[in-house]
Design a protein. Sequence first.
Length: 244
Amino acid sequence: MAGHSKWKNIQKRKNTQDAKRGKIFMKAAKDIYTAAKEGGPDPEMNPGLRLSVDKAKASNMPNDNIERAIKKATGNLDGVTYEEVFYEGYGSAGTAVMVEILTDNKNRAAADVRHAFSKSGGNLGENGCVSFMFNRRGYLVIDREETAIDEDTLMLFILEAGAEELETSAEAFEIYTEPEMFNAVKTALEDNELSIAESEVTFIPTTMSTLETADYDKVQQLIDRLEDLEDVQDLYHNAALKDS
């Protein structure tokens, strides 16, 4: 991942997702539902739920929607039961793609994901075909325009808090942690009033697949199709555009 900014990809995706606010709320509600069902309804006692709620609020999701999703998970409201499923496959030029699904209908979800791959020149693969190319890691971003802290000071601080790695660009500080240390590092940053622009536990590719423009555009078409699906919560890939 070194030398490739995940933050730039996040910014590009946010720009296109601004017009899909209702779909973003739906995905956030599913995420909250699953976290509350697995770990309980109290965000203070359930780090996974706390992270899901924070992400929902960052998307400006109304508090009523957040509370409703939690109540559904705890049986206080009638609702459907969701299952989490991962699909793996290949985009253009052998790009590795993983799709995180949260659905109440696995057959529908599988058919939709398979169709998106085939329409974009990719192939849906077997479980495990590309997941070995990704590591599960905590990821936090500090926008450099929002802080006066310097790189050396931040490096010492986050290492003491339990982080593993810091990548610096002109726009941002990108911090990587082991998943179990994510909440400790996030809390340490918040306690020291360092504004966090992005935070998640995610899958980071171990190596990037550098593509020419034509192949990269095909991968982007696949990403767009997958993100438009109702059941897709998140997706991960290792595509990078070759520098011209």
